[in-house]
Design a protein around this ligand. Structure first.
Ligand code: BEZ
Ligand code: FE
Length: 337
C-alpha cells in the first residue's frame, strides 16, 4: 500500500506510516556515542517494561550479550555470518523439523533449562531432554503389551514400579514411551510412516507397577543435514546420541517427569551431542535366555530377550516448585547500570 501525501492541511492523511503508539520516553538519554552508552541507554529503556519478570530477563540478556560482543570484539563479517546462520536455522524449520530446538540442544541450553527446572530431590528420578521425536499420536497399550511391531529389533522387556519420593506407589500414572528401531530411526523419520511404531501410552496398575515389550534402542545421529549439522562439523563435534528409551510420566499431584534411560556400555554415553545423560539414568540390560519366560512376557518367538528393570520415582509438584523457587532465589542477580 502506498502512502497518500497531501498539501491540504484539512484533508485527512490516509495510510500514513505511524508509530506503535508508545510516546518518546521521558528519560534523560544521552546520544549513544560509544559502546558503553549504547548498553546503558538500552538498559534504561528496558526499565519501561511493565512486566517485572520479562524486564529482569531482558536486562540480563542485554548485559550478557553486550558483554560477549565487547569481550570477543566480534567483527562485522562474523556477526553477519551469525545472522545468516540463524536465518538458515529458521528457514529449515517446519512443524516436524525444529532446527532451533536442535540448536538449543547442541548448545546445552535445553539440558540446562531442564536441569534448573527439575532439580533432583530426595531420590526422585532425574529428568532428561525431551527431544524432537515425541508425538501426540502414540497408541494406548495395556500393561504387558508391546509398543513395537514385530521385526523392529532385538526384544526388550521393560518393567518397574512408579512410586513417589516418600515410597508411596503411584497407581494409574500415565507413561508415554518412545524409542528408535534397530536401525536408529524413529518412526517419524520414515517418509512412508503409516502409523506410530516404537511408541506407546500405558498406565500403571493399582500398585504403581508397569511393564511393556519394546526393542533394544540403538545409538543414532541427530539430524545433520541442516545448519546445526554444519555447526557441529565446524566445531569438530560428533552428532551422536547414545542409545536410550524415552519415558514421560504424568500423575495428578506430581511434577511431570520427562526422562530417558540409557543402557550402560554405549560408547557415546559421556559425550552425548545434546547433554542428556545423567549418571543416575544409566541402566543395565540383563540377558534372559529362557523360552518359558519369553512366552510369559508375550514375545512370540525365541527364548532370548533383554530385561530392563527400572523403578520411577516422582516428586510431589509442591516440593518440585519449592526447589525451583529456592534455586532461583539463590542465583538471582541484580543488573546494575
Ligand atoms: C532425542 O533424544 O530424541 C533427541 C534429543 C535432542 C535432539 C535430538 C534428538
Ligand atoms: Fe531420542
Amino acid at each position: 500500500m502506498s502512502a497518500t501525501t497531501s498539501t491540504d492541511p484539512n484533508k485527512p492523511v490516509q495510510n500514513r506510516a505511524v508509530s506503535n503508539g508508545i510516546p518518546p520516553p521521558s528519560l534523560d538519554l544521552p546520544y549513544p556515542d560509544g559502546p558503553q552508552l549504547i548498553t546503558e541507554n538500552l538498559l534504561k529503556l528496558t526499565e519501561l517494561c511493565s512486566d517485572d519478570r520479562k524486564k529482569y530477563i531482558f536486562k540480563n540478556l542485554i548485559k550478557h550479550v553486550h558483554q560477549f560482543i565487547n569481550e570477543t570484539s566480534i567483527t562485522t563479517e562474523e556477526w553477519m555470518n551469525t545472522i545468516q546462520f540463524l536465518t538458515r536455522t529458521g528457514q529449515i524449520c517446519t512443524p516436524l523439523r525444529q532446527e532451533f530446538i536442535l540448536l538449543s540442544d547442541v548448545l546445552g541450553i535445553s539440558a540446562l533449562v531442564d536441569a534448573l527446572n527439575n532439580p533432583p530431590i530426595s531420590g526422585g528420578t532425574e529428568s532428561s531432554v525431551l527431544g524432537p521425536f515425541f508425538t501426540e499420536d502414540a497408541p494406548d497399550v495395556n500393561n504387558g503389551d508391546s509398543i513395537a511391531s514385530e521385526g523392529k529389533g532385538e526384544y526388550m522387556y521393560v518393567e518397574g514400579q512408579v512410586i513417589d519420593t516418600h515410597g508411596k506407589p503411584v497407581p494409574n500414572a500415565l507413561i508415554e514411551t518412545w524409542e528408535t528401531d534397530e536401525f536408529g530411526f524413529y518412526d517419524t523419520q520414515y517418509a512412508d510412516r503409516q502409523k506410530p511404531d516404537c511408541r506407546g501410552r500405558l498406565h500403571t496398575d493399582k500398585d504403581g507397577k508397569y511393564g511393556y515389550r519394546a526393542v533394544v534402542p540403538v545409538a543414532y545421529p541427530i539430524p545433520g543435514d541442516g545448519p546445526v549439522g554444519e555447526l557441529l562439523l565446524m566445531l569438530n563435534r560428533h552428532n551422536m546420541r547414545p542409545n536410550h528409551l524415552h519415558m514421560m510420566v504424568e500423575a495428578s499431584g506430581y511434577q511431570t517427569l520427562t526422562t530417558a534411560l540409557y543402557p550402560e556400555g554405549d560408547s557415546w554415553l559421556a559425550s552425548d551431542a545434546v547433554f542428556g545423560v545423567k549418571k543416575s539414568l544409566v541402566v543395565s540390560l540383563n540377558d534372559v535366555d529362557n523360552e518359558q519366560q519369553a512366552r510369559k512376557c508375550g514375545f512370540p518367538k525365541g527364548s532370548h530377550f533383554k530385561l530392563l528393570k527400572q523403578d520411577i520415582v516422582l516428586v510431589p509438584a509442591a516440593e518440585s516448585k519449592a526447589a525451583r523457587e529456592q534455586y532461583a532465589k539463590e542465583h538471582a542477580v541484580e543488573v546494575k547500570l
